[in-house]
Design a protein around this ligand. Structure first.
Ligand SMILES: *Cc1c(COP(=O)(O)O)cnc(C)c1O
Length: 402
């Protein structure tokens, strides 16, 4: 019996080798990676510059020293992140939920500094911000929250794409100090915010001096063809939690602040033992430098378009297919029924992907995927989806709410 705690329903495959966008399992079978370890492996597998930098960091003997000392790799990583976000200050942590925890603390402290005793944060239906108590309380999914009550208070939930709901809160609730939004919802099913909506929300934040906090843990870092989705909307947020793709596979998170959130924290207000360690920050620097050098943002737009168009064409007219949506290499294929079985069917066909929100096939490939590999992905996925939808056992459509 396994001694690993039973928190994941794992697939019966272990990947033991990787190169570019390709993975091999223990029996030597090859798979095309459409998931990148859930948007983590930005540069795919075995990227020479990343491997070289990490190996050199380990060979130096310094993997961790602690934030009690100067960490040159952390300075270099913070410089890179400030440059690509257009913001000022980076707090390093180790995961997305920690990055959001830091954002929530920034918002509360910002509120207290303005004399709001019980600061509240606006969050969204279907949102996902993590599995710690504060972040699961901010998350808009009962499945994530159930059994962990009492939830952390101080969150007000609104529907997606409804500025009037936010305006009405602004008019009545003087405790609100911030809005926390995923500009593209990931776990919720690849829901892309309209750019005018993001701009409208930013305007409401500015008018009320709220913090605009963009959780770009999944959608950020080049995946959509810009470094960040808020850049497509032409806005500059106050707080940006990051993680997943930031270290090219090394565990690292960051809470980035600027504008109204600049200078909120001071020594003693927040911390993390491992946060910003030399190994993780080496991963950040090597990943961002390789992304720039190899123009991976442009690549994500181009290959993303190839995949979305290929899937839309390949699946057009198939009963049970609803739509393809997304931006760049963050893609969802919505079906009219729960489709968890597609994950195993795709694996059998040699394709790694995942299903979220029950009925959305999710693709988050490494940003190094080529156009030809994008077409291969389409060629593998279309027959799998068609075969799935043709199964009589899967013929009962779910309601939209399911
Ligand atoms: C994955 C994710 C998180 C949580 O990240 P962890 O590293 O799993 O804690 C938070 N926000 C978003 C948008 C995510 O996709």
């Amino acid at each position: 019996m396994s001694h690993v705690m039973n928190t994941y329903a794992r697939l019966p495959v272990a990947f033991v080798r990787g190169e570019g966008v390709w993975l091999w399992d223990q029996s030597g079978r090859k798979y095309l990676d459409g998931l990148a370890g859930i948007a983590v492996n930005t540069l795919g597998y075995g990227h020479p510059a990343l491997s070289k930098a990490l190996n050199a960091r380990i060979a130096s003997g310094i993997v961790h020293t602690s934030n009690l000392f100067q960490i040159p790799d952390q300075e270099a990583a913070a410089d890179r992140i400030a440059e690509i976000t257009g913001l000022d200050e980076v707090f390093f942590c180790n995961s997305g939920c920690e990055a959001n925890e830091a954002a929530i603390k920034v918002a509360r402290l910002y509120g207290h500094k303005r004399g709001v005793e019980r600061p509240e944060i606006i969050v969204f239906e279907k949102a996902f911000h993590g599995r710690t108590l504060a972040t699961l309380s901010a998350t808009g999914s009962r499945k994530v929250q159930a059994g962990f009550e009492p939830l952390v208070s101080g969150f007000v939930r609104v529907p997606l794409d409804d500025l009037d709901a936010v305006r009405s809160i602004a008019a009545h609730n003087k405790n609100v100090v911030a809005v926390l939004i995923e500009p593209i919802q990931g776990e919720g099913g690849i829901h892309v915010s309209r750019m005018e909506y993001l701009r409208g929300l930013k305007e409401i934040c500015d008018r009320n001096e709220w913090l605009f906090m963009a959780d770009e843990v999944q959608c950020g870092l080049g995946r959509t063809g810009q470094w960040f989705v808020y850049q497509h909307a032409g806005i500059s947020p106050d707080v940006v939690p990051l993680a997943k793709g930031l270290g090219g596979g090394v565990a690292v998170g960051a809470c980035v602040t600027g504008n109204r959130a600049k200078g909120v924290f001071s020594p003693g207000k927040h911390g993390s033992t491992f946060g910003g360690n030399p190994l993780a920050c080496t991963g950040v620097v090597a990943t961002i430098d390789a992304m720039k050098g190899e123009k991976l943002l442009d690549n994500a737009s181009t290959v993303g378009r190839v995949i979305r168009e290929g899937l839309a064409q390949g699946l057009a007219g198939t009963a049970g297919f609803v739509e393809v949506r997304g931006m760049g290499l963050m893609i969802g294929v919505e079906l009219d029924r729960p489709c968890g079985d597609i994950v195993t069917m795709a694996l059998e066909a040699g394709l790694v992907l995942n299903v979220t929100a029950d009925n959305v096939v999710r693709l988050l490939p490494p940003l190094v995927m080529s156009e030809a590999e994008g077409r291969q992905l389409v060629g593998l996925l279309v027959p799998v989806v068609k075969a799935f939808l043709a199964r009589p056992a899967a013929a009962a459509p779910v309601s939209k709410a399911g």
